[in-house]
Design a protein. Structure first.
Length: 82
């Protein structure tokens, strides 16, 4: 039986195949914005690489990071900044 191990980060949960499957609420909005900015910056770099090299793996990774950035924003929605 092949069971996929789960990894957790403060606001995201995903399986070992890299599929985001849950957003965990409770992150202060300022932290959520910082995480979102960092994830989008990394995604931007990957998209530039994908464009220059026609690399579908970089494109897919950037798309996944953009999904994570959206999840980070959702996790911080409605909570005051610390």
């Amino acid at each position: 039986m092949n069971v996929s191990k789960t990894h957790e980060v403060s606001f995201l949960t995903w399986d070992t195949h890299g599929h985001l499957f849950a957003v965990r609420p409770g992150m202060p909005s300022s932290t959520a914005l910082d995480c979102t900015a960092s994830l989008l910056d990394t995604a931007h770099g990957l998209m530039l690489t994908a464009e220059e090299t026609d690399c579908s793996a970089a494109r897919a990774a950037a798309t996944w990071l953009i999904e994570m950035a959206g999840a980070a924003l959702e996790a911080g929605r409605g909570l005051p900044s610390k």
